[in-house]
Write a protein that binds this ligand. Structure first.
Ligand code: HPA
Length: 279
């Protein structure tokens, strides 16, 4: 972790506050590969290119825009990240997690994390949405390594309820109300950028993974560290390596995520409205 992390966070949040004066978001959402369209539905929105924000990492991955959007869903102030960076892009762990910390410093009480993921669970189909109940951090790093910033959170944060059970219940209710089938499972994170081998997928299944991806976990760890409640949703964009016959590729991942975007937005819209009443 950068020794001057808090100062860097303060500098970044100051720029955002200047561009959106008086705006205090209650909810945050990180939109993964192909899922960014939700941010366009925010009303009275201010959007800021990541390149305008000091220390904000910028993604080089196709399908990841780089914009922070501050706006409203009904009366609820929401900050959305359209695009994120990954460890495999060469950023330091603290940099990968920096945007989630900025959302925390802006005042969010709850963070929704979304991603595209490969389905490990043999009961899953391409296009399914999965509520993340827990994760396996197998990416080989932790964004909290380094000197702890005590004003942000404790040295050894509890991760027993990293995905807030009460918010998960709200998500289940939102899925039911919208008629969306919602799977549930454990998200296993690896660093990437190569996709997994079939042997690695068998290993992850043995370990209890239901879906696999290359993102999300750093943000969830720092949000937990800061005491922010988290809900996670994976879009199952492909069957993990060795399950289907097809080779994996990023175009397919983006294409499927774009295809389920309407269902995803319906679910997210209802969920954010419902979860906002709890915070
Ligand atoms: N593996 C890792 N990351 C992914 C996958 C996958 O199969 N699909 C989408 N992101």
């Amino acid at each position: 972790m950068a020794d001057d992390l808090v100062a860097r966070l303060d500098a970044c949040t100051a720029v955002i506050r200047k561009k959106a004066p008086g705006f205090t978001p209650k909810l945050g959402i990180i939109l993964g590969s192909g899922l960014g369209a939700f941010a366009d539905s925010l009303e009275r929105a201010v959007s800021i290119d990541y390149r305008e924000l000091p220390d904000f990492p910028v993604s080089s991955v196709h399908g990841h825009a780089g914009r922070l959007v501050l706006g409203h869903r009904g009366e609820v102030p929401v900050v959305a990240m359209q695009g994120r960076v990954h460890f495999y892009e060469g950023y330091q762990p603290w940099q990968v997690a920096f945007p989630a910390r900025v959302l925390g410093r802006l005042g969010i009480k709850h963070l929704t994390v979304t991603n595209a993921a490969g389905g490990i669970n043999l009961g899953f189909k391409v296009g399914d949405l999965m509520a993340i109940t827990d994760h396996l951090n197998l990416a080989g790093f932790n964004p909290l390594i380094g000197k702890n910033a005590d004003e942000l959170g404790p040295r050894f944060p509890d991760m027993s309820h990293a995905y807030d059970p009460a918010s998960l219940e709200v998500l289940r209710g939102a899925a039911k109300a919208e008629g969306v089938q919602l799977r549930e499972g454990v998200y296993a994170s690896l660093s990437g950028p190569s996709y997994e081998t079939p042997a690695e997928i068998r290993m992850l299944r043995t370990l209890g993974g239901d879906a696999v991806g290359m993102s999300t976990v750093p943000e969830v760890i720092v949000a937990s560290h800061m005491g922010i409640k988290v809900t996670g949703i994976s879009c199952i964009t492909n069957l993990a390596a060795g399950i289907g016959k097809n080779a994996l590729n990023h175009e397919e991942v983006s294409e499927v995520a774009n295809r389920v975007t309407q269902t995803f937005q319906k679910l997210i819209g209802r969920f954010l409205a419902d979860v906002a009443t709890k915070f």
